[in-house]
Design a protein around this ligand. Structure first.
Ligand code: ADP
Length: 514
């Protein structure tokens, strides 16, 4: 055991980890979750490795793929494993919005922005719980990350959007309004550069040597999610490093309830089914520290009338600042439409029933991506009405109160000043007055887990001794601290690409351990 792993009071990091793992196994069955006794966390190298790569990456979303591209470009031999049958995780189904301070669309539209302002917005939304040095890196490198996604990866971004909680419009959206534009181009580029991919291969354990350095991983090959009895065990050696880009745990009801007991299976999630936390727990079992696990974000813009992420988020988020959100029980507005996700989701949950977002034909035509509108309408989640009276009737809203409230909202839009909730009303917004009117119901769903592994500015995972866990990097939603209490919309892509690139670059610089 090296001197540096000694802890005050004579406890070594190894003892500390064993103790922590034992506590974890008592609390949540940690050993059962990783399929291994906690004592096997350190020192137990396999007799024979089945496979070797310089850098082994877990997860094929934005974070894992950005890491893969950088590590490969730096000359490393790179293997990406993915437990699902298809690549992309949540990244491939997200809305394709990427926050970048000072981007060319902002310049064209005369919008002043800066990394400083983005950093301030992130900290304000995050209730100042963000690890400042990490948030600072995301804001400072946001534009470079976008330009890399365009110029190196070849993804196309074509519009500028607003997301609640940002002080300006700063989110550029992919040409197809989906993260698939970036993910699929990252995959193609990675394949062209010689990155190897293995689908249906699930990380079950990180393997550390006697000093706690991560030497490789244990996987199940041919794994068929979610059947834990499937797959054949194998050992993969990571000569340089392992990078975790395994995403969050929004669909892991057991783990999310450990941290926020309110989030029972009654709350749906927007995430892909594989958004479960076993990779994060495997890292903790190997000595990684976690942070802010109980900050779990609900998206306020999902609809109970469609499944998963759906189309309504793209409808709702484009309409805030152009059209009102209404509580059908009272016929009145109830919260700042351009508030951040947590504020809005909390306000809806307090009301206790689905609320409405609406826009008239001017707002919808100007703002909403036509395909999102079409698909939302086909799914029956977005409805069209010729008059406001019909809207009131369809949602059982007290008509007189509703009509008075729309007049009041329209007077605010004309003055560009919301005297009730201080919603940001955009310069081009017009009164909600031109038929037809489009309406969707909203009820929050679990969307993003802000907590996760502690990393430093080099994307190295930090252990219980506050030192980097050698050979282990992480980026994206599997990490914690970047966003603090609340992740702002469209900063996930930025975070994943910025820290994925840092993780891949630094993993490739590691000296092979044998
Ligand atoms: P991020 O946005 O942070 O990149 P994503 O959800 O887009 O996260 O991608 C994470 C990917 O990691 C998903 O495709 C998910 O299936 C994969 N993944 C999660 N856990 C494991 C695991 N234990 N083994 C292999 N892949 C995993």
């Amino acid at each position: 055991m090296s001197e540096e792993t000694k802890k005050p009071g004579g406890l070594s990091r190894r003892d500390f980890v064993k103790g922590a793992a034992a506590v974890a196994s008592l609390a949540i069955g940690g050993a059962a979750l990783t399929g291994r006794p906690a004592e096997a966390a350190w020192g137990d190298l396999p007799q024979k490795w089945d496979q070797t790569a310089d850098v082994v990456i877990i997860g094929s979303g934005f974070a894992g793929l950005a890491a893969a591209l950088e590590a490969r470009s730096a000359g490393s031999d790179v293997l990406v494993i993915e437990k699902m049958p298809v690549h992309g995780g949540n990244s491939v189904i997200n809305g394709g919005d990427f926050a970048a301070a000072g981007n060319k669309f902002q310049k064209e539209q005369g919008i002043n922005d800066s990394p400083d302002l983005m950093y301030k917005d992130m900290l304000k939304a995050g209730s100042y719980l963000n690890h400042p040095e990490l948030a600072r890196i995301v804001a400072d490198q946001s534009l470079a990350a976008l330009e890399w996604s365009e110029n190196f990866v070849g993804a196309q971004f074509t519009r500028l959007n607003f997301h609640g909680g940002h002080s300006v419009k700063r989110s550029v959206q992919t040409v197809n309004a989906s993260g698939s534009e970036l993910v699929n181009k990252m995959m193609a580029k990675a394949r062209a550069l010689g990155v190897k991919f293995e689908m249906r291969t699930k990380l079950v354990r990180l393997i550390a040597d006697k000093e706690g350095r991560i030497a490789g991983i244990e996987v199940l090959k041919g794994y068929r999610f979610p059947n834990e009895k499937t797959g054949k065990p194998a050992f993969i050696k990571a000569s340089k490093a392992v990078v975790l880009g395994a995403g969050g745990f929004s669909n892991d009801v057991r783990l999310r309830q450990v941290h926020d007991p309110r989030l029972t299976d009654k709350f749906d999630s927007t995430n892909h089914p594989g958004a479960t936390g076993e990779a994060l727990l495997a890292a903790c079992t190997a000595g990684a520290m976690d942070v802010q696990m109980d900050w779990i974000q609900l998206g306020p813009w999902t609809s109970p009338d469609e499944k998963g992420f759906g189309h309504v988020p793209l409808f709702c988020e484009r309409l805030v600042g152009y059209g009102p959100m209404i509580d059908p029980g009272t016929g009145k507005r109830f919260f700042k439409e351009t508030g951040n996700r947590k504020e809005r989701a909390d306000a809806i949950i307090v009301i206790g029933h689905p609320v409405l977002i609406m826009g008239d034909s001017y707002a919808v035509t100007k703002q909403v991506f036509p395909n999102a509108l079409k698909k939302g309408m086909e799914a029956g989640a977005i409805k069209k009405f010729d008059t406001l009276e019909e809207v009131a009737k369809a949602y059982n809203i007290p008509a007189d109160k509703f009509l008075a409230e729309i007049s009041r909202w329209n007077s605010f839009v004309e003055k560009k000043k919301d005297a009730d909730f201080d919603t940001m009303i955009f310069p081009e917004a017009k009164p909600t007055a031109t038929a037809p009117f489009y309406v969707a119901r909203l009820w929050p769903r679990v969307h993003h887990t802000m907590g996760g592994l502690v990393i430093d500015k080099n994307a190295q995972v930090i252990g219980f001794d506050f030192k980097p866990v050698k050979g282990l990097y992480a980026a994206g939603e599997v990490t914690g601290g970047v966003h603090g209490a609340v992740r702002l919309g469209s900063v996930a892509m930025t975070d994943c690409v910025v820290f994925g690139r840092i993780a891949g670059t630094n993993a490739a610089k590691e000296k092979p351990w044998s």
